[in-house]
Structures are given as C-alpha cells and as structure tokens.
Design a binder for this molecule. Structure first.
Ligand code: AOF
Ligand code: ZN
Length: 348
C-alpha cells in the first residue's frame, strides 16, 4: 500500500536541505510494518544523498531488510561524489521503493529505476515532485537556468529618482523578501550602470548562513573599468564578470572573467548554463531588464511597488530599444509587504 503520509514526510524532510546548491533537495523515509524507522535528507551539496542519510539514521542496518523506502527523487545509479544509492538500497535489502519523481538528470534518469528493478526491488513512481527542485527540473528540461527578473519601482513606474542616483524605494519587509528571493538563486546578475551607480553587494543577508551563496555576476564593457573598491571585489562571494576584454589587473581569487565581444542575454545565459547554473535572478538596471525581456529570457517576474510618486528624471523599469512592444505575463499573485505591494507572475 502506498501511504501519502509517508511521502509527505519525505517531502518535508527534503525541504530541510537548504544548502544543496545545484544538487536537488531530496528526502527519504524508511517504513516497515506501518512504522517509520528513519527519515533522511540531502543536507548539503557534496554530502551524502538522502537515501544514505535515511539508512544512517536506522538503529541497526539489518532493519532495512524487507523495508519500504519513500524517496522524493529517483535513487541515483552513478558513481559521482558518492557511490550509487540504488546499489546500496539493494545491498541492505530494501524490498520496495516509492519514488516521487524520475530524475531529469540524464546521468541517472530511468537508470536508477532500472538498477533497483534489476536487483528485484519493487518500484512505484508517483510522478509527483510536490514543487521540489523547480530550477533543477527546469534546467534539465530546457538546458538553461530558470530566470527571474526582480525590481522595485515607484507608483510612477520608476526604479530611481534621478538618472545617476541610487534610490531606496521599499521598506524593510520588501527588502527582506528580496533577500529570500536571492537566497533561492545560484546566480544574480546586474548591468554595468547598476554596478557603477549602486555599487551593490549582491550578497544574501539573511540570518541563516549559506555555504554556497549565489554567484554575483555583472555584464560590463571592460572589467578593468570597474572601480577596484567596488563591493564585487570584496571576496564575500564568487564573482563572475562578462566582459568584452580580459583583465590586466590582479583580481581576487574568486573573481572570474568571461571574455566575448558581444555579451547578449542569450550568450550570458548560455555561459551560465554551461557552468551548471540552474537559476538566475536578473536585478538591474533598466536596460538589462529590457534586454532580457526582449530576448524572451524572463520566466518569472517579481516586482515590488512602493507607494511613492518619484517624479524627477529617473529611469522607468525595463527601458531599451530592444524592447519595442508588449510582453504578456499571467494574472499575478499580489501581496502586501508593509506599505509595499509585491507582484509575482510568470511568462505566459
Ligand atoms: C543529491 N542528493 O539525495 C540525491 C541525488 O554530484 P553527486 O555525485 O552528489 O550526484 C548528484 C546527482 O545525484 C543529482 O544530480 C541527482 O541526479 C542524483 N541524486 N543527488 O545531491 C540526493 N538522491
Ligand atoms: Zn544517490
């Protein structure tokens, strides 16, 4: 019998893995005679997989014999950072595995199930991801990261009050929400103007520390024109520049420069995809936003609207020659964060 409560326990366990970086969040529950014997999950990128964590929580490994495992993702079949979980489940005598979703990663996909079956393990596939690993799934389906565009604007649609000035529009609750949004990303991208005007940190400033913070990325003309005292050189997180020219300066160890004559949004996204990045948050400025929308490289949109009419000659969101017509999004989800409005929507 498949019991959804055990599967839900595995899903809840998976969500406890908050530092899995480009590896999936996975949870596993071992059940025998209607008793939960152990619960495990993938804690952190590079550490052992959920199935092995669940086995490690058993009082005695012999308890696994004849037991059922509920696991949110297909057990792996490859020798990666760790040996194949499917093989280990067979060795310890797991009799049945109930899987949430097949692994979209081609090194495993279908092969994990085949390995389990070849050892006589009974397998059921629920075809239910429960919303886990959205970026991971997206990346393997589309061969590029899931891209979210985020900005804050005034009631008159502006992202700053004067063209060459940083304007803080939203209040604490919206700022904290934006930090949570950053937390969910593997890379955060800004354009050259934003870099020069705002000198952003592009770090995640939430109470829970991150072992794998998002990569800070910036598209610039010449990396050596970027002020040496910019926050992006502070070594607080890996930093990637997409520049037309190489650097002649000695850059900090965690700064990497990718060189190409013309960094279009598609080229930046392709480069990130080639480096295994599954999620990207595009922040500012106005021109970069427009270029990404025009290139049809915005999957999701998060906009904070502050109850202020800025006036002045500041820039509206998403302005650029490339963006010559409308782009449609789904009916948004709206919420209030203190005095600010949060709008979230998806590309239709
Ligand atoms: C995980 N955690 O609980 C499961 C994973 O780089 P490796 O060797 O750790 O392998 C990562 C792949 O292993 C991952 O893309 C997925 O296909 C599979 N399963 N990975 O990190 C887990 N079950
Ligand atoms: Zn595994």
């Amino acid at each position: 019998m498949i019991e959804s409560k055990y599967f839900q326990m595995a899903v809840a366990a998976a969500k406890r893995g908050t530092d899995t970086w480009t590896n999936p969040q996975v949870g596993a529950v071992i059940v025998k005679d209607q008793q939960v014997l152990s619960v495990g999950y993938h804690h952190q990128y590079g550490q052992h997989h959920a199935e092995i964590d669940a086995l490690a929580q058993l009082d005695d490994i012999s308890q696994a014999k004849g037991a059922t495992m509920y696991v949110t993702l297909e057990p792996c079949s490859h020798y990666g950072k760790t040996p194949p979980c499917a093989k280990r489940l067979a060795e310890v005598g797991i009799a049945r595995v109930i899987i949430g979703q097949l692994d979209p990663n081609p090194i495993v996909s279908g092969k994990g199930v085949a390995m389990l079956k070849s050892h006589g393990i009974k397998v059921d596939i629920l075809d239910d991801s429960q919303g886990l690993n959205r970026a991971y799934n997206y990346y393997y389906q589309h061969q590029r990261p899931l891209i979210t565009l985020k900005y804050a604007m005034s009631l008159d649609g502006k992202i700053n009050g004067a063209q060459r000035k940083r304007t803080l529009l939203t209040e604490t609750a919206a700022q904290q929400d934006a930090q949570q949004l950053r937390r969910q990303q593997q890379a955060i991208l800004v354009g050259e103007h934003t870099l020069t005007i705002d000198d952003p940190r592009l770090t995640v400033r939430t109470s829970l520390p991150m072992a794998f913070p998002p990569i800070r990325a910036a598209v610039v003309h010449h990396v050596d024109d970027v002020d040496v005292n910019s926050h992006l050189f502070d070594q607080s997180a890996p930093t990637w520049f997409f520049s037309e020219t190489m650097s002649a300066r000695k850059l900090p160890e965690n700064v990497h420069v990718f060189v190409k004559a013309n960094w279009t949004p598609a080229a930046v996204v392709q480069s990130l995809a080639n480096h295994g990045i599954q999620s990207l948050l595009v922040e500012g400025g106005s021109r970069l936003q427009a270029d990404f929308i025009a290139a049809d490289l915005v999957d999701e949109l998060v906009v904070y609207v502050a109850p202020t009419i800025l006036g002045g000659d500041g820039l509206p969101a998403a302005v650029g020659q490339a963006l010559s017509g409308p782009t449609h999004f789904e009916t948004p989800t709206i919420s209030m964060l203190g005095p600010d409005i949060r709008i979230q929507t998806k590309r239709v």
